[in-house]
Design a protein around this ligand. Structure first.
Ligand SMILES: Cc1ncc(COP(=O)(O)O)c(C=O)c1O
Length: 367
């Protein structure tokens, strides 16, 4: 058996939509992108949205639109993908890392509160692995300390907390459509907001400091952070499949739950109030030795696994360049998660036979 970590769920529908762009001879950002943004705004339940080339630049654009830059601090969970922090550095500010809860991988509210200083301008909660963080409590903190919230919902399209789509709680929500995300446009990003002022800033920032193309007068400072209609047409086909994708991923999750004995490890579950769009099936072992044994046996059996994120405060470049700021603890929750966590395949198209095979391998590997 050969089971990859991920396969995008793309096919004839995406191909047909892309072909239409060729037939109409319109490949840059145009009608399809407008339609894609409109549908995304409706799905997330926000007034305004713009596309971006990817989830990293979407975070960067969001930070810039919030006026974040030199001298500012942004609180980011220590357990997240590199881009949550690198986008803050790209914006000229300093990421400050807050620890997460070991049971659910989401940022711990008390840890966030402890990291607030006079320089803190924003919090970037991340909805990790297709599960919502406790965004309600984060919003309470933001009110108490008058901080902006930019939600990193890169892994959270279709995900809800208490019935409200993630990304719609803070000033800005940011999403990614990279190939391994719930829906994909190969590369792509989307930011949303309910603020007309932020929306206006985003329009200028992403399109060369002007609102409409075709003009050579640029009233504001801006850059090229556009997507294109080829990608958006693919996104439109993907959106039509979103409900099916979420259902199929949850069926995979149910099969894992049924077949895994969960001795010496547990499957990470969402917090109360959060739906689940399994971006990853994340399992956490009691000890490192068992995790490494299971990982090795799965890999030898043709199953591609992924480790959990490596703690941001230990990223080699951040450590080298910002050594004065970041003094990673010898042992932290995020480091423990990295050492003891393993991600299993969760893509649409994974057969029942394949999931049972993965579970059998895991159960047999338990000492
Ligand atoms: C939590 C998180 N933030 C940001 C990103 C960056 O998105 P992109 O790869 O589209 O730049 C990712 C991508 O995996 C992510 O998982």
């Amino acid at each position: 058996m050969k089971i990859p970590q991920f396969k995008p769920y793309i096919g004839a529908e995406e191909y047909k939509n892309i072909k239409e762009c060729f037939d109409n001879n319109w490949v840059t950002e145009g009608k399809k992108s407008k339609e894609f943004v409109n549908q995304l705004n409706e799905l997330v339940g926000v007034k305004y949205g713009v596309l971006a080339p990817n989830g990293t630049l979407s975070l960067y654009l969001g930070l810039k639109a919030l006026g974040i830059g030199s001298g500012d601090e942004v609180i980011v969970p220590n357990f997240s993908f590199y881009a949550s922090a690198s986008s803050v550095i790209m914006a000229g500010a300093k990421p400050v890392f807050a620890e997460v809860d070991i049971e659910n991988l989401q940022v711990n509210i008390n840890q966030v509160e402890k990291k607030i200083t006079r320089k803190t301008k924003a919090i970037m909660p991340v909805h990790v692995y297709g599960m919502s963080c406790d965004i309600e409590k984060i919003m309470q903190l933001s009110k108490k300390y008058k901080l902006k919230i930019i939600e990193d919902a890169a892994q959270g399209i279709g995900l809800k907390y208490k019935g409200k789509h993630v990304g719609s709680f803070g000033e800005i929500g940011s999403f990614s459509f990279f190939a391994d995300k719930t829906i994909t446009t190969a590369e792509g990003g989307y930011l949303c907001t309910d603020s007309q002022d932020i929306y206006n800033k985003l329009l200028y920032l992403r399109n060369q400091g002007r609102i409409n193309r075709g003009s050579f007068i640029h009233p504001e400072l801006g850059f090229n952070f556009r997507m294109n209609d080829i990608q958006s047409s693919m996104g439109l086909a993907q959106l039509k499949k979103l409900d099916f994708i979420i259902k199929a991923k949850n069926e995979n999750y149910a099969l894992y739950n049924q077949n895994l004995k969960q001795e010496k490890f547990k499957i990470i579950k969402p917090i109360e109030g959060s739906t689940f769009v399994p971006f990853r099936i994340a399992i956490l072992f009691d000890d490192i030795f068992q995790k490494e044994k299971t990982e090795k046996e799965l890999n030898l059996g043709g199953v591609e696994t992924r480790t959990f994120f490596y703690p941001l405060d230990r990223q080699p470049q951040f450590k080298r360049k910002y050594n004065l700021f970041f003094k990673p603890k010898k042992d932290s929750v995020s480091l423990s998660l990295y050492k003891k966590g393993l991600c299993l395949p969760s893509y649409v198209g994974l057969s029942e036979k394949e999931i049972t095979y993965i579970c059998k391998k895991i159960n047999e590997s338990i000492l």
